[in-house]
Design a binder for this molecule. Structure first.
Ligand code: SAM
Length: 631
């Protein structure tokens, strides 16, 4: 198809809808997304009842989780129905999580989704949340979190077989959807059914609206016991059943109920603490400082910014996925510590201009994620004179990182243990002892080290972890001396809108400098670069470098400038049971933090991951040892 052939990454293939009396139909497959007469009742009949979901939801232990897999997200109606029933059945089980994992090669646009779902006013409270969180149409994995973490949707945009191969999880129940098998054999191939089987456990159930013989035989061959049942409305038959194998039924995975210790209350540590607490896991949040967000995350302002590579490779995919997740994650904190003003990435040099040209040539990002703008458009957006073109990220903005850390750490299941300087971590027969310099200690079964470059000093392993501090100095420009932009501006430096009487600019990037104090040279460098980037920045009597104020922080980075999140390993590659690392976020902690905290939350609670295999490899802790290949 012509449209499809010209697509560049990470664009998705269009759904190509035809609307008949308000019901969406696929022109590509010649089939409806849901029953023309009563799609909601059909969904309940086929998928909810025949997977016995209400009964199973009600019996779920708390804490615990339930996983539904779906082939074909379409309008999201099945997801919303499952969510509505989950909400009703588990109202009193505060610490249970519904994971819904769905695959969609031809996603609807947000507007199409809204139009399709507007048929069900009774679902509006949920469908409004889905449509407002609906991710930009980029191929890959998107995690959406609802109900304060009690409902987690993992949406894979792309060919189902790729998605199933990349996402390791086991479903408790399957919704096998995907249009009429005669019109869409690819969705119902033996390979897809075998992969569904590989993502199932003994006792996993399935239901599907179709009863065609080929699908039934394929399910039976894969090991499912299949029953033919009365279909909905005018459909005579449907199929449902369960996986019946002789294999041992694995013990249900229970979320940890012992406290997990997180060492480091910066943006990584506080995001993870919050994430675990919202899943019902108690957290001891340890820091040597007297409060959260005191070190690298202590700046007054920070931009939500990721520079995406020219080639759409795993590195660019991870950055784009993290950026779009963080934009969703911070939404509830709007006007508190999150300010979604939009962000401009300016082509301030000829080299950057050429890079952006190539970037735009080789990629196709959705407009609601990023779009190229001329100098004039950039000036209009920022409200100040901008002499060069750039890229506009409409959903980005800036944060108050120190305030973010403090807010995130405030939760009834998070116990702060501040003024606690970890001297030593010792392995016990079961769990870990974390010793304070004052001689006291804490005993926990699991721990996560999230203390920037100091992680290497306390990690309970013998090899050297390649983590280095990078000094960054920011400069505070008094409001009266500069007319700042309405949006964040990034280029060789960044400039934020005004907050609390000042606008932050910076930061320096000093590899071999350990001076903790802000210096006049640092301020001068920031000012020189800022005025080179914005020569017409309306400013009146900017103070001299000696009179400026600012702050220094040491950001932790790895040899490959990519973050680290996962199980701690010894130098020879063995897992260090119950110990995890979360660090190396460099100057991008605000972007990487939320997604990697979500990933670690999944990992610690043995829940389905929000990252596909090829992206988890990029954050693997084994990279920290020199010369280790990640298989
Ligand atoms: N469950 C959906 C709902 O609640 O609206 C309806 C699903 S619709 C009947 C089937 C979906 O499968 C379509 O959205 C279609 O684009 C998607 N699909 C078809 N073939 C696919 C494939 N090979 N890989 C991934 N998705 C596919």
């Amino acid at each position: 198809m012509a449209v499809t052939e010209t697509l560049k990454p990470p664009a998705t293939e269009p759904a190509e809808l035809i609307w008949q009396d308000g019901v969406p139909e696929s022109a590509r497959f010649g089939d409806v997304y849901f029953n023309r007469h009563d799609g909601l009742a059909e969904t309940r009949h086929v998928f909810i009842s025949h997977n016995r979901l209400c009964e199973r939801f009600e019996k779920l232990p708390s804490p615990g989780h339930f996983v539904i897999g779906e082939t074909g997200f379409g309008s999201g109606l099945s997801f919303l129905t499952a969510w509505a029933d989950w909400k009703q059945q588990t109202a009193n089980q505060k610490h249970t999580v519904l994971h819904f994992i769905s695959f969609e090669r031809y996603p609807l646009t947000r507007e199409e989704l809204k139009a399709a779902l507007s048929r069900w006013p009774e679902l509006a409270p949920l469908s409004d949340q889905l449509t407002s969180q609906y991710p930009p149409l980029m191929n890959g994995v998107h995690r959406l979190v609802f109900e304060g973490g009690r409902v987690r949707l993992t949406l894979f945009f792309g060919e189902i077989l790729h998605g199933l191969k990349q996402l390791p999880f086991f479903a408790d129940a399957w919704f096998l959807d995907g249009f009429d098998p005669q019109h869409n054999p690819q969705m119902w191939s033996d390979e897809v059914i075998e992969s569904v089987r590989a993502h199932s456990l003994p006792g996993t159930t399935f239901a599907t609206f179709t009863a065609v013989g080929r699908v039934r035989r394929s399910l039976e061959a894969a090991g499912f016991e299949v029953r033919k049942l009365p279909g909905f409305g005018r459909k005579r038959e449907m199929l449902a059943g369960a996986l019946t194998t002789d294999a041992d039924i694995p013990a249900p995975t229970i979320a940890p109920t012992d406290p997990v210790a997180i060492i480091g209350a910066g943006i990584a540590g506080t995001l993870l603490a919050r994430n675990l607490a919202e899943r019902g896991v108690p957290v001891l949040l340890i820091d040597k400082a007297a409060n959260a967000g005191s070190a690298a995350s202590g700046n007054a302002q920070g931009a939500l910014y990721a520079k995406l590579g020219i080639e759409y490779n795993a590195q660019a995919e991870l950055a784009a996925t993290a950026l779009s997740f963080s934009q969703r994650y911070y939404r509830p904190w709007k006007d508190d510590f999150w300010h979604p003003t939009g962000l401009l990435q300016l082509a301030t040099t000829e080299k950057e201009s050429e890079r952006q040209r190539k970037f735009c040539d080789r990629n196709q990002y959705p407009e609601d994620f990023l779009t190229p703008v001329t100098a004039r458009q950039a000036s209009e957006l920022a409200g100040i004179d901008i002499p060069v073109e750039g890229l506009w990220f409409p959903r980005s903005g800036w944060l108050e990182p120190a305030k973010a850390c403090a807010r995130l750490a405030t939760h009834s299941l998070i116990t702060p243990l501040f003024d606690f300087e970890v001297q030593h971590i010792e392995r016990l027969e079961s769990g870990w002892s974390i010793q304070n310099t004052d001689g006291t200690h804490q005993h926990v079964s699991k721990l996560v080290i999230a203390c920037g470059h100091q992680t290497a000093e306390i990690a309970p392993v013998t090899g050297t972890l390649r983590l280095k501090p990078i000094r960054g100095q920011v400069t505070h420009l008094p409001e009266s001396t500069v007319n700042p932009p309405a949006t964040v501006i990034c280029g060789s430096k960044y400039l934020n809108p005004v907050a609390n009487g000042q606008a932050t600019t910076g930061a320096t990037f000093d590899l071999r400098n350990d001076n903790p104090e802000a210096t006049a040279e640092g301020h001068q460098e920031n000012m020189d670069e800022l005025l080179r980037m914005l020569p017409n920045l309306p400013a009146t009597g900017l103070p001299s470098a000696e009179d400026l104020n600012g702050r220094v922080a040491f950001r932790c980075t790895t040899h490959d400038y990519q973050p680290v999140a996962g199980e701690l390993r010894t130098e020879s590659g063995d897992k260090v049971e119950g110990a995890y690392l979360f660090t190396g976020l460099g100057s991008k902690g605000l972007v990487w933090g939320p997604l990697l905290a979500e990933y670690l939350g999944d990992l610690l609670c043995a829940q389905p991951p929000c990252l596909p295999n090829h992206l988890t490899r990029r954050v693997d802790t084994r990279r920290l040892y020199a010369k280790r290949e990640i298989g």
